[in-house]
Design a binder for this molecule. Sequence first.
Ligand code: SF4
Length: 363
Amino acid sequence: MSLPVPCPNNLAEKVVAWQKTSGRHHLPWQNTQDPYRVWLSEIMLQQTQVATVLGYYERFLERFPTVKDLAAAEQDEVMPYWAGLGYYARARNLHRCAREVMEQWGGSFPRQAVDLATLPGIGRSTACAIAAFCFGERSPIMDGNVKRVFTRYFGVYGPTQKKAVENALWAQAEEVVALAPADLNMATYTQGLMDLGSQCCTRSKPTCSLCPLQSDCYAHTHQAQSELPSPKERLRQDERYAHVLILELNGQVLLEQRPDKGIWGGLLTLPQYDDAMSLQTAALHWSREEAISLASFQHVFSHFKLHITPWLLQVDEFDLAEPTAGQQWQDHEALEQTALPAPIRKLLLGLYQSKDSEQLILG
Ligand code: SF4
């Protein structure tokens, strides 16, 4: 795949000079070469905005200050520190990765991207970012920000999920580093590309007038900023349905743990059923009364839309059967600190924090 703009040999230096004067310098995961902290930030920042990550990052490090602490914890202890960030496979992999670092690498992260990429949840770009930030390896990254900068700068058309397009971008990123001087500061260069993508080369209305790459940029020269990166190919979005049971007993609600695989894997959530009939049949275990349906709502995942219908059932001690394996009663007050999926958290906190939960009932 030939690109419209040849790779100039001073591109990396321009990025480094700009980062020093105009980039970000005070994010909590900057100014450290501790691979544990850099790795944690890279995983949290995948598909999540910096502003959201900030609070989570600090709380996580307070509870798990080192990779040894994280590896020593059970997965159940880790999930509450991720609840609300979404993409829970990241948290499960984080925990598995910490254990692998302890067991296979003697408690120290490997120094080379090629080895880092063998660890659970660490893809090529994340491995290169850790190697560049912590060990100065000349390994380019290719996250969402960098893809946007490079597709525009080099004039790369085609959806970036396509292998040929992605390969062309990686090849270009490698060439930029290969042409850079031997003393290129890889940490500053890598941070500079991330900062350019988030500060100048933004998704809409990039501020090209402030960009150090403006003079050679294909998109700026051809006024093609809105065409690049090319839009993703639209995937048909599946519609799925779930019915969840809110079983109440004296200020407590019944939660159960999801299996490790699948959506919300490993999180506590409300007992969930595919249809209303299955839910009512299960409810007979607890009471002869029928559960009452509340207002349905939707939650959109990356590749499907989930229609959720909550059902409310209040029981008293006399009706109570023992919770089955994986189930537990949780006080309403403790829900805020519980690792719940975001839409279930919103549902329950909305229900118990509103004075009149009847307002949600459709009847
Ligand atoms: S000149 Fe504009 S479009 Fe080109 S890389 Fe810079 S901000 Fe992005």
